[in-house]
Design a protein around this ligand. Structure first.
Ligand code: ARG
Length: 245
């Protein structure tokens, strides 16, 4: 019966046992997305990196952050090169078809970045002929612009959000689209000529940690760990450290 299906599946799933036996939790991440994850002195640092460290502590295992291109993070879990993706990943219905997700660990949202002195504020502002947008490819920023109806040839897709912002700076794209904390931080660090459109995100999104779809025991352990990390104040400390408001 239905109520027996989940425990039975979980009994046949050794995803948590394998991580514990190995003693290492391997997490794929595209470390080009401050303040979530970025490289500093050859190490992955940021909000996700510290959260991962706490998850490792809860599971009683070491944590290894494996930095790779965004285009490879989901495949890394699929091929079991890594156990998880922690990379500011938005939980979407489409991605849930092929991946397992933890409960949401962060409320984010998509925003528009533009040159100071311009007035682009929402996806539909890019619909008129000649308007262009830059996105990190295969991110929800891209999906949002596609949904708004921005045609392919005017949607400039880059490997990183930084490259997208460079395109805006150079006047080749009118806007860049991405997660609010990431766009705010990248602009703050290196793009004084750019700004976020006022009014906050045009759409809110929950971020989650990705596992293989059938990794029920690992996901359950992570959800419990996340709960502990929130309840005892560690989450708030990490948030305050990395999120500039
Ligand atoms: N939240 C967006 C998405 O899931 C973008 C995430 C990009 N993350 C990164 N580390 N580059 O599509």
């Amino acid at each position: 019966t239905l109520c027996l299906a989940l425990p039975t599946l979980a009994r046949n799933d050794d995803s948590l046992a394998r991580v514990k036996a190995r003693g290492v939790l391997k997490l794929a991440t595209d470390a080009t997305y401050p303040p979530f994850e970025y490289m500093e002195n050859g190490k992955v640092v940021g909000f996700d990196a510290e959260l991962a460290a706490e998850l490792g502590r809860e599971l009683g295992v070491q944590v290894e952050l494996v930095s790779m291109e965004w285009s490879g993070v989901f495949a890394a879990v699929e091929t079991q090169k890594c156990d998880l993706v922690i990379s500011g990943v938005t939980i979407t219905a489409e991605r849930k078809k092929g991946n397992g997700f933890t409960r949401p660990y962060f409320l984010s949202g998509q925003v528009i970045a533009r040159k100071k002195g311009t007035s682009f504020a929402k996806p539909s502002d890019i619909l008129p002929e000649g308007r262009t947008a830059a996105v990190q490819q295969e991110t929800t920023g891209q999906f949002a612009m596609e949904k708004a109806g921005v045609p392919k040839e005017r949607l400039h897709r880059f490997d990183t959000l930084q490259d997208g912002l460079m395109d805006v700076k150079n006047g080749k794209s009118d806007v860049a689209v991405g997660d609010e904390p990431a766009l705010a931080e990248i602009i703050r660090k290196g793009y004084p000529e750019l700004e976020l459109a006022p009014g906050g995100p045009f759409v809110e999104e929950n971020l989650g940690i990705v596992a293989k779809k059938d990794a029920l025991t690992l996901l359950a352990a992570l959800n419990l760990a996340l709960e502990r990390i929130v309840v005892d104040g560690r989450y708030a400390r990490i948030y305050e450290k990395w999120m500039h408001k």
